[in-house]
Design a protein around this ligand. Structure first.
Ligand SMILES: Nc1ncnc2c1ncn2[C@H]1C[C@H](O)[C@@H](COP(=O)(O)OP(=O)(O)OP(=O)(O)O)O1
Length: 846
């Protein structure tokens, strides 16, 4: 009995059971994930139902903004809360008057009055309100209406300066203390804090000042004891929490304020805090059970759009938008780096746009000059890094264009929120570029949840399943339905132009490339992965993989999708100078081994040709009617007739290949034994075609081994195997199937048996097939013959002398782990190859 053979079988079965177990585990993970998603959707729907019931009650508030205010307040009933929307408090008259006389405003915006009344009645409060909705008024107005002064903690000096400038302009006295304040100024301010006739209503300080100046703390204590410290406002309160997107270490020390001055009401303000961040802030600031007022984040006047960034054309696209849609209007273009700020602004200037850069490294005077000029409409566009951020309060910003995606949805919301503060329509457009993801990724890798937040941002850009606003709302614990969007995002506006495409085969190809790279100890950056998949890169690798027929943008879109869904993952490598980002197989990658596992994504269809040819994707629609774009493109993109032509040609050639009795079919019927379901698969396009060729390979190898005289002539002349352009042009391309090349291939099997001479030298010699197929076969034949040579070489290296005769014995151990496409191991392929060689020999000799 052959015990070693028996053990092998057991081992093989064990391998297969283990693989299946792994798949089952992944499926369980996937189902659990789905369960979590569904549960959260269920909760959201329940909440909506609850809200609908609330609105139906006659006593409910008409404020559109109080989505969560009653829910978030554990200590106050709904009715009680509604009382704070009223004007029957002792201070109400003065509040009304100051609103008009000091602030020159006619009425409150949603939640402002409630916040002001709560604060004036001494309650601790967290106010979460979208950027530009008027949070500042909620502490400025109470400050004006109260005795003493309000201490305002602000993270940036520029923010303080803006506020003080504004307050001065409306005759409200305010001062600031920061690291650059002179001694005399600091002395005057501190003296004012204990003066019963306080000469100012607001004192702005940085958190660093609180943390470092004992003198300030002692003065505050004196002011507190004299009942002059009327209120503490902590602006951008999310900076307390390291889960927030703008963590500032000095904010962590602000708990001292409430500990030292427990009777003073504290008001925390932010535009971007999730409930978990607020919980964290609550602890850090030592406030117990503050009332949280959350205004809806839905900025109904903002139109959200995502465009694919084609790095060559993006600047021209931005420029033409600014020169046409936003002619003579004011806006911001956000960029990734200082260098980008310089280069993009100079490119825009070249295109007659009055654009200036703004970034952290600029001289402070230059920065305020740009800011001032822009505010007074002397500059139309500021091309800025995120340094142009908090405190930018220009009402008539008609567009905020992100030339590079933001590092998180929270950041994006805040940056884009600088548009349309006057409640008039404004646009927020992102240019979503594949390589930008990884530029930012290397930047946020050290941040606590930086990577996770970046991927959420990427998902926002790529996801066209859902309304952009509702995707954003999730991040602020809100639920908006698509109807609430009112077609104010590109997804809702173009809903009919999207279709679902099957990307399973594409995903498998990507996974195979990474598996191959892994087996060769190679790491692939995202860019290299795309290039490898598109057939660029080293010829060696090109021969070993299935390249894609997708356009570059489509290929990138698929890779991003795989990354977002966990089929791929990131891997970093650090050098003293830089961080490298590589693509690795994700935890879901093994799922793709299962033939029943499918993967799809939504893509946009267009009437005329644009970014991509669709035929590589599977859809439910008639293929000839649609052309796909990976995400969202400008509607105004002109059609590209070349691609349409290419598509037509390919369809034509496909039809020709499929014609009954055509050369291809003849070859197939005569030669192929494994054509199960081929007809259907052929319809799927070129990918399936490659699969068919894959099956042919086993015969091709036989041909390779046996060829030396090429007795039969092909019915089609066989072209050289140069379907794709070489990336190494200096190398002379090899001639197809020349006898010299064949001579390098062993003319006998490893056990010394001569191979049949009568086997045709190439498939095209055996029967007539299309030129394309012949080329593909030729390429694959080269690839496999190379593999065979490698096998030979490795087996000799590894075993020295083959322990038992036959190719299979030589390669089993060293190549056990290598896998070929479609779950076929090299050992299996070799075994089947061996069977075929033997049966072919028998046939020939019969
Ligand atoms: N009730 C109101 N009616 C009209 N305009 C108002 C009202 N309240 C505030 N504003 C204006 C004043 C400002 O120009 C603008 C933004 O106010 P501001 O307090 O700076 O917003 P904010 O603090 O919520 O934004 P950010 O988060 O960016 O700091 O809105």
């Amino acid at each position: 009995m052959d015990r070693s053979g028996g053990n092998d079988d057991v081992q093989a079965e064990l391998d297969s059971v283990e693989t299946e177990l792994e798949l089952v585990e992944l499926q369980i993970t996937e189902l659990l994930q789905k369960q979590t998603e569904l549960t959260s959707r269920k909760n959201a729907l329940l909440q909506r139902l609850e809200e609908a019931c609330d609105t139906a009650q006659p006593s409910s508030s008409s404020s559109s903004a109080s989505l969560k205010s009653s829910r978030a307040d554990p200590v106050m009933s709904k009715q009680e809360m509604q009382r704070y929307d009223g004007a029957d408090f002792s201070w109400s008259k003065e509040v009304e008057q100051q609103l008009k006389d000091s602030f020159h405003l006619s009425k409150f915006r949603p939640l402002q009055l409630r916040a002001i009344n709560l604060s004036l009645s001494g309650k601790d409060l967290f106010l979460v309100m979208p950027t530009g909705r008027g949070k500042s008024l909620c502490y400025q107005l109470p400050a004006v209406c109260s005795k003493g002064f309000t201490l305002v903690v602000t993270p940036l000096v520029s923010l303080m300066e803006d506020q003080i400038m504004y307050l001065k302009s409306i005759d409200v006295s305010a001062v600031m203390l920061n690291a650059s304040s002179s001694k005399e100024h600091a002395k005057t301010v501190m003296a004012g804090m204990t003066d019963p006739k306080t000469p100012f209503k607001l004192v702005y300080v940085t958190p660093e000042k609180i943390a470092k100046s004992k003198l300030l703390m002692s003065r505050l204590e004196k002011g507190y004891n004299a009942n002059l410290l009327s209120r503490i406002a902590v602006d951008e309160v999310h900076c307390c929490s390291q889960w927030g997107h703008d963590f500032r270490p000095d904010y962590k020390l602000l708990g001292i304020l409430k500990r030292q001055f427990p009777k003073v009401p504290l008001l925390g303000l932010t535009a971007t805090a999730t409930s978990s961040v607020l919980k964290d802030c609550e602890k850090i600031l030592c406030v117990s059970q503050p009332i949280t007022l959350t205004s809806s984040f839905n900025r109904t006047n903002l139109y959200y759009e995502v465009r694919i960034k084609d790095s060559d054309a993006s600047i021209s696209d931005v420029a033409s938008l600014i020169n046409s849609r936003y002619k003579d209007q004011s806006g911001i273009v956000y960029v990734f780096s200082q260098k980008d700020a310089e280069s993009v602004s100079s490119e825009l200037q070249k295109r007659d746009i009055l654009a200036y850069p703004y970034h952290a490294n600029m001289d402070p005077d230059d920065k305020s000059r740009v800011h001032r000029k822009w505010t007074s409409n002397k500059i139309r566009v500021v091309v800025a890094t995120v340094a142009f951020g908090m405190g930018i309060d220009k009402p008539d910003v008609r567009f905020v264009i992100h030339h590079t995606i933001s590092k998180s949805i929270e950041n994006y919301y805040q940056e884009s929120g600088r548009a349309g503060r006057d409640d008039q329509p404004a646009d927020c457009i992102i240019y979503f570029g594949f390589s930008d993801i990884f530029r930012i990724s290397t930047m946020v890798v050290m941040e606590n949840v930086g990577q996770q937040k970046l991927l959420q941002m990427v998902d926002y850009c790529q996801n066209i399943d859902r309304c952009r606003r509702s995707l954003m709302a999730v991040h602020f614990d809100e639920v908006w339905d698509d109807e609430g969007c009112n077609q104010m995002c590109d997804t809702c506006r173009h809903a009919k132009d999207y279709t679902t495409v099957d990307i399973t085969q594409h995903a498998r190809q990507v996974v195979q490339i990474l598996e191959l790279a892994g087996s060769m100890d190679e790491k692939l950056t995202p860019l290299k992965l795309v290039e490898a998949w598109m057939g660029k890169g080293p010829a060696k690798r090109r021969k070993m993989i299935q390249t894609t027929t997708l356009s570059r943008l489509q290929a990138e879109a698929v890779i991003v999708r795989l990354l977002l869904q966990g089929y791929l993952r990131e891997d970093f490598s650090f050098t003293p100078y830089t961080t490298y980002f590589y693509m690795k197989l994700g935890r879901k990658a093994p799922l793709l081994k299962s033939q029943t596992h499918t993967l799809s994504m939504k893509m946009r269809t267009t009437e005329s040709g644009s970014a991509g040819d669709t035929s590589a994707f599977e859809t439910n629609e008639k293929e000839d009617d649609i052309i796909f774009e990976p995400v969202v493109m400008d509607n105004s993109c002109p059609p590209q007739p070349k691609q349409k032509l290419f598509k037509e040609q390919r369809n034509l050639s496909r039809k020709r290949d499929l014609k009954p009795g055509s050369q291809t079919n003849k070859w197939t019927e005569e030669q192929l034994t494994d054509r199960h379901g081929e007809e259907e698969e052929d319809k799927r396009g070129s990918i399936m075609k490659q699969h068919v060729v894959e099956v042919d390979v086993e015969i091709n190898i036989v041909d390779n081994i046996g060829v030396n005289n090429g007795q039969k002539t092909p019915s089609h002349p066989v072209k050289p195997c140069s379907k794709r352009k070489s990336t190494t042009p200096q190398r002379v391309r090899r001639k197809p199937r020349a006898n010299s090349e064949v001579a390098a291939i062993p003319s006998q099997t490893s056990d010394g048996a001569p191979l049949a001479n009568t086997v045709p030298s190439s498939p095209s010699q055996a029967s007539g097939i299309s030129e394309t197929a012949a080329e593909e076969l030729c390429e694959l034949r080269n690839y496999y013959s190379k593999q065979l040579r490698r096998i030979n070489y490795i087996s000799h290296e590894y075993l020295g002398q083959p322990a038992e005769p036959g190719v299979l014995a030589c390669i089993r151990e060293p190549l056990k782990s290598l896998r070929l496409p479609r779950r076929v191991t090299i050992a299996q392929t070799a075994r089947s190859l061996w069977t075929r060689v033997s049966s072919r020999q028998k046939l020939v000799h019969r």
